[in-house]
Ligand binder design. Structure first.
Ligand code: AMP
Length: 199
């Protein structure tokens, strides 16, 4: 991480790892917008836009939206004024192609392709399923929960290895144990990023 507080942060974690909750706390603490691609897509579905119509079936099945669509969405969002000084990305990137797309985007803006920090929230699979069922959203059947986790393992988990082995940037990836109470996880995230604790 460069000197000072990170400004361009990626939060990685499996479905039901508490990523959205922690993303909101961290974005607030850093004073940067919380950019959740899942929320953006859900809003598009609710608004019945062309994008929403196109992605709602995939989302309901726990599958990923295609990389080109996501690249357009993120490019537009990160280009807005409020994201110029930094952002907290929640739910993006989710594939290696998306990592490349993000690197391209970042290097165009600031000439540095890595984000400042990547935080991984680690939670065992049994706990993810238990939490998913406990949330009881109507679309969260055990089958869809397991599908989302499988998609994460296959398409997103390789990013952990990738960020961990970025040449010359051994401090890029920060792993945090997510199998703990919410405040404890927040504390660990703030600590690993060198931020004062407290929400
Ligand atoms: P989330 O709230 O981050 O779990 O996202 C909900 C759903 O939106 C996912 O299951 C995907 O269908 C879709 N989605 C969100 N972000 C992405 C992404 N970066 N790439 C592809 N699909 C995404």
């Amino acid at each position: 991480m460069a000197d000072g507080e990170p400004r361009r942060v990626v939060l990685l974690g499996p479905p039901n790892s508490g990523k959205g909750t922690q993303a909101a706390f961290l974005a607030e603490r850093l004073g940067v917008p919380h950019v959740s691609t899942g929320d953006m897509l859900r809003e598009a579905c609710e608004a019945g836009t062309e994008l929403g119509e196109r992605v709602k079936g995939l989302m309901a099945d726990g599958l990923l939206v295609d990389d080109d669509t996501m690249a357009d969405l993120v490019r537009e969002r990160l280009g807005r004024q409020d994201a110029l000084a930094g952002f907290l990305l929640d739910g993006y990137p989710r594939t290696l192609r998306q990592v490349r797309d993000l690197e391209t985007l970042l290097s165009e803006v600031e000439g540095q392709d890595d984000p400042d920090a990547v935080v991984l929230i680690d939670v065992p699979e049994d706990e993810l399923v238990r939490r998913g069922l406990a949330r009881g959203r109507e679309d969260d059947t055990a089958e869809v929960i397991r599908k989302r986790i499988q998609v994460y393992r296959e398409q997103t988990e390789p990013l952990v290895e990738y960020f961990d082995s970025r040449d010359g940037n051994s401090e890029l990836l920060h792993r945090v144990d997510g199998n703990r109470p919410i405040e404890a996880v927040t504390g660990r995230i703030f600590a690993t990023l060198g931020l004062e604790s407290g929400v």
